[in-house]
Write a protein that binds this ligand. Sequence first.
Ligand code: ATP
Length: 190
Amino acid sequence: MKNIVIFGAPGSGKGTQSDLMIKKYGFGHISTGDVLRNEIKNGTELGKTAKQYIDNGQLIPDNLMVNILASVYDGFGKEHEGVIFDGFPRTIPQAEALKKMLDKRGHKIAAMIELDVPEEELMTRLIKRGQESGRSDDNEETIKKRLDVYHSQTAPLIEWYKKENIHHHINGLGELDRIFADICNVIDNI
Ligand code: ATP
């Protein structure tokens, strides 16, 4: 099992690169953003709670998020070569909980791949995505909040994963193919 955390700020290209990785390697994919948007679409209680945080650019509380993650992960069974965690963990308590959850099952994270993209580029990409996809959190005000949350709560995970010795830095600015080739280079060597 090659479980991988794809990591980066909002708009860094995690979803796009995950799709390419799934096609090439047959990984399973857990995007916590997609899981939550699905709950919202289905009008569940969880969706109603999640929407309030998402539209405000805030993170869903850790305990709630960790429970969701564990149940989605267990639903995957053993049919995949590994799972890509996309959008999780986003806080240090989430990273600790993920490690514990995988330990218990005799699994681990093989690599944390950080897509590094400059702030101005993130802003441009997200505003463009908001215009095209109509995602309710891709407007300028909410994007700014999400980037602040990223810097204060999520970016510290880079140091956390460096200490775990599984952090890999990728320049996320430029040609998609070059970025993907850099990612494959990491995956093929773990
Ligand atoms: P991408 O650009 O890859 O789509 P993103 O950061 O723009 O990434 P999502 O990962 O889709 O967007 O997440 C959207 C929102 O869902 C977040 O702003 C947050 O409110 C909520 N969310 C998603 N994952 C988590 C998590 N692990 N913990 C807390 N909240 C989360």
